[in-house]
Design a protein. Structure first.
Length: 356
């Protein structure tokens, strides 16, 4: 007698400027996966929310259909639907949530509202079965920078987060300052490869040697000051008429400063938790300088997990994986549920107590 058949999951992602759908098998293999990146935002140097929502609305049916076709299944074969319900751009989120809810209602299937950043946590596990808790997680994207200690799936302690700009947002803004294309992360990395990171000294915000674990700033991030320092540097170089020849050096200096802050805070978490397993998630995790710096500081004592560039981006496969986790625990969403641009990270445990 065979056991129950594991569910076939469909994941849908529309939180920002990628429309993506994926079909995940019962044994967590990606059977079909489509990611459609919107290029309409490039001329504006950043995502325009109204245009993003409209593009999702226009493309979501075709993206889902193609993912199903790749998987060799139909929508009626899907057992559970997962969709990013937040955080993100509310108009864009609503496109995906309304589509998933309508499909769930029409098919009589359950749906799961997925937290976008928790989905990024699951992404590396789709390619490496050992990318499982416990680990220290650095989640770095265009809208978020989070440092977590994951003791088990669904059990997370938030150690630190950004107080202003996210790391990915800082990369995009600095790229725009330097006259580079959007999205800025890959452009900064490409340009920095030809630069000297020591030519221009930039600050490392909220990073001081005398910080202690009980200090509020010990794990938190701030990138607005770094961005402002780049603004002032660029203005100075423009005034001197040398920005063109210094562009690569500025990009390298900015990247080095951002990576130093991210790596140092992550290694602080490693030391304080005693967990030498580190997981990187989010679009900025594709940055090779960041990966290399954390791997170098971990050395042979630790283990670093991250996704391939495709799965580091916002994608439907990670949403399907997160949905499967919650579905397997009996956690499904009500049909009157909706999207939230400020959705709370699920499974957060009480933070460590700080000294008075």
């Amino acid at each position: 007698m065979t056991g129950p058949i594991a569910p076939l999951a469909l994941g849908l992602e529309t939180s920002c400027d990628e429309t993506s759908a994926a079909v995940l098998s019962g044994d967590l293999r990606i059977l079909g996966h489509v990611i459609l990146s919107q290029d309409v935002h490039e001329v504006y140097g950043g995502v325009v929310p109204e245009l993003a929502a409209r593009a999702h609305l226009q493309k979501v049916d075709a993206v889902v259909d193609q993912a199903l076709e790749q998987a060799g299944v139909t929508l009626r074969d899907i057992d559970v639907l997962g969709v990013t319900a937040g955080p993100g751009l509310i108009g864009a989120l609503l496109v995906g949530v309304c589509w998933a809810k309508a499909a769930a209602y029409g098919l009589g299937r359950p749906w799961v509202a997925v937290h976008h950043m928790e989905a990024h946590l699951f992404s590396p596990s789709l390619e490496d079965v050992e990318a499982e808790p416990p680990f220290v997680a650095l989640l770095v994207s265009g809208g978020h920078t989070l440092l977590l200690h994951a003791t088990a799936w669904g059990e997370y302690r938030l150690l630190g987060e950004t107080r202003d700009d996210a790391a990915g947002e800082a990369f995009d803004k600095v790229a725009k300052l330097l006259g580079l294309k959007y999205p800025g992360g890959p452009e900064i990395e490409r340009t920095a490869a030809a630069g000297d990171a020591t030519r221009h000294r930039l600050p490392r915000p909220m990073l001081a040697r005398n910080q202690r674990p009980e200090d509020e700033a010990f794990y938190d991030f701030s990138f607005s000051g770094l961005k402002t320092a780049v603004v002032e540097l660029v203005r100075s170089l423009e005034a001197d008429g040398v920005l063109e020849r210094e562009r690569a050096h500025v990009a390298a200096a900015f990247q080095a400063a951002a990576v130093d802050v991210l790596a140092t805070k992550t290694l602080r978490a490693v030391e304080q938790t005693g967990c030498e397993r580190v997981l990187l998630g989010g679009g900025v995790s594709a940055n090779r300088a960041l990966r290399g710096e954390i791997a170098s500081r971990l050395g042979s004592r630790g283990r670093l997990f991250f996704s391939s560039p495709r799965l580091a981006l916002d994608n439907g496969a990670m949403v399907a994986r997160a949905a499967r986790f919650h579905f397997d625990r009996g956690e499904v969403s009500a049909l009157d549920g909706s999207a939230s641009a400020a959705l709370r990270f699920p499974g957060l445990l009480d933070p460590p107590k700080r000294a008075n």
